[in-house]
Design a protein around this ligand. Structure first.
Ligand code: G16
Length: 547
């Protein structure tokens, strides 16, 4: 269709997806996210934007309908760029622009993007669409599809998939299958085969070692575990809880709940010492935990996962005789003990970025091997092209001794088990399970690598969270004036303390993080900083109470 026909179509359909006048939404940490009732026009418009991005890049683009860790009544949308990564920041600006254009200004806003990006409108857009299990997701993903087709684009609806599965499909499609086959089956085959090959290096696994208790957050991850588990059942026996059959999505369960509350999810009977993990609502995050014989809860979060993976990789690189530079990328939420351990004991490069996997991903790409994890369990490992080539070359070399052969085989299959496009709970789980089995390591031994500093995360409601602006990878607040000085003064009161405050990009709250020498002190500091937020940044509702 020519350009004026395309615009006529857009006009016709956009009237069926009207924007509530005056509503303003921002593209946040991971796309738009708010109550599902407010999102129909956003979805339609993100379908339009994805079509434009596809025309611009002449590649397939992904759109995932999900609000991940948010409550069931919310929804959201994430855009996926050609290599499977989050959409590039300059286009987030266009997303916000389109989202907030009043109905009569939409065409002009679209034309603006087309002109600025010099988009060739005759290219036929291709968009992959996926959705999570929320009750609102089916209708909202229809709105995305309508947006794509209004611009004459082709779309493929993958239906119910995890967010990282959709990222994977986009990458497979745009690498002409080099990264894998762009189907859910292809995804399971690639990951599970690599997992089983890794497990060949694990000797004498006990039944305990093979058993994992999994909390599916009553979301899409649970469905996908069910689909996948038969492929690996010989080596991994999963007891699935919170599979969505009765409980509510993310309610008192899931990775975010477990991480923030530092307690086991409801809906799981946990035996002492048993290895457990939780996915979040779209299965891009995972955290592990166990409860000891005294009933004490132990969390193994993204920092512990990054430590386990980077330790394992470093050992393999030494055995393989490969000189590759490796770094771990974290955010301000990383426990101070983890950073110290990685830098001082492991002698690894550690970098800190703003919250949001897009930021971590970008920094991880600067290294041969970039292990990135947010403390909340969102992360993966990136291998540069040259790192992959070196591993492959070593693997193909017939003159290796046995230790090198083993290391090369492990490295190669580690690369294959990892979803390098984005954090992926299923893939991370397989990698972690493989590492523990290969090392013959229990969850308790893993936990003992270093001891977390006691910490606390709180949320504070304010009238407008944008009054808080941060710098230095969100570790310091620059506004409101004098606010950081108050935090500094509070932090000084406690030994080994650290605290920071930042506006959430996925929920309408300000997040507070504090750590200190004891749990009492971490709790007290978090409370005092919350009060400072409430008083200096326009708190609403009741004043925060002590824990
Ligand atoms: C998203 C992002 C994560 C981020 C989290 C919380 O996760 O992908 O990188 O850590 O939101 O962000 P914020 O603190 O800004 O609310 P998910 O799993 O909810 O998509």
């Amino acid at each position: 269709a020519n350009m004026s026909d395309q615009f006529a179509e857009v006009n016709k359909h956009s009237s069926q997806h009207p924007k509530p006048p005056g509503l303003v939404l921002q593209y946040g940490t991971a796309g738009f996210r708010t109550n599902a009732k407010l999102l129909d026009h956003i979805m339609f418009r993100m379908g339009l934007l994805a079509a434009l991005r596809s025309k611009k890049t002449q590649a397939t683009i992904g759109v995932m309908v999900t609000a991940s860790h948010n409550p069931e009544e919310d929804n959201g949308v994430k855009l996926v760029d050609p290599m499977g990564e989050m959409v590039t920041p300059s286009w987030e600006g266009y997303a916000t622009l389109l989202a907030n254009a009043e109905n009569e200004d939409l065409l002009a806003a679209l034309k603006d993007v087309i002109a600025k990006e010099e988009i060739n409108m005759s290219y036929e857009a291709k968009v992959f669409v996926g959705r999570d299990t929320r009750s609102s997701s089916a209708a909202l993903s229809q709105a995305v599809l309508e947006g794509v087709s209004s611009f004459g684009g082709l779309s493929k609806d993958y239906g119910l998939v995890t967010t990282p599965q959709l990222h994977y499909m986009v990458c497979c499609q745009n690498t002409q299958g080099k990264y894998g086959e762009a189907s859910v089956e292809g995804y399971y085959n690639k990951l599970c085969q690599a997992f089983l090959k890794l497990l060949k290096h694990a000797s004498n696994c006990t039944d305990d070692q093979k058993h994992l208790s999994l909390d599916g957050a009553n979301g899409i991850g649970a469905l996908k575990v069910r689909e996948m588990e038969h492929n690996v059942a010989k080596e991994l026996q999963i007891s699935l809880h919170n599979d969505g059959s009765t409980g509510k999505l993310n309610h008192q369960c899931g990775a975010d709940f477990v991480k923030v509350q530092q307690k086991a999810p409801t809906g799981c009977e946990i035996k002492a010492g048993e290895r457990c993990c939780s996915f979040d609502g779209d299965a891009d995050r995972i955290v592990y935990y166990y409860s000891d014989s005294e009933g004490q809860f132990h969390l193994l979060d993204g920092d512990k996962i990054a430590t386990l993976i980077s330790t394992y990789l470093k050992e393999l690189l030494i055995q393989a005789g490969l000189n590759l530079n490796m770094a771990v990328v974290q955010t301000a939420y990383a426990n101070g003990s983890s950073t110290r351990y990685l830098e001082e004991t492991m002698k690894l490069t550690v970098r800190c970025t703003k919250t949001g996997v897009k930021h971590l991903h970008h920094v991880a790409q600067e290294f041969d091997i970039g292990v990135y994890f947010e403390a909340n369990g969102h992360g993966t490992v990136l291998f540069s092209k040259s790192a992959e080539d070196k591993v492959q070359k070593l693997f193909d070399n017939p003159n290796n001794d046995d230790e090198m052969k083993r290391a090369a085989h492990l490295l190669l299959n580690t690369i294959h088990v990892v979803n390098q496009t984005v954090g992926d709970a299923l893939s991370d789980m397989l990698l972690i399970e493989a590492i523990l089995a290969i090392k013959g390591m229990t969850v308790q031994q893993w936990d003992a690598i270093y001891t977390d500093l006691p910490n606390r995360q709180l949320k504070v409601k304010v009238a407008d969270r944008r009054v808080i602006d941060t710098t230095d990878a969100e570790r310091r607040a620059v506004t409101p004036a004098g606010f950081q000085d108050s935090i500094d003064a509070l932090v000084k009161k406690y030994p080994m303390a650290r605290s920071f405050v930042r506006p959430s990009g996925t929920e309408d709250v300000v997040r507070v993080y504090a750590e200190a020498d004891t749990q009492e002190n971490a709790d007290a500091l978090a409370h005092e900083v919350s009060l400072a937020v409430y008083r200096l940044a326009g708190g609403v509702g009741d004043e925060p109470k002590p824990l």
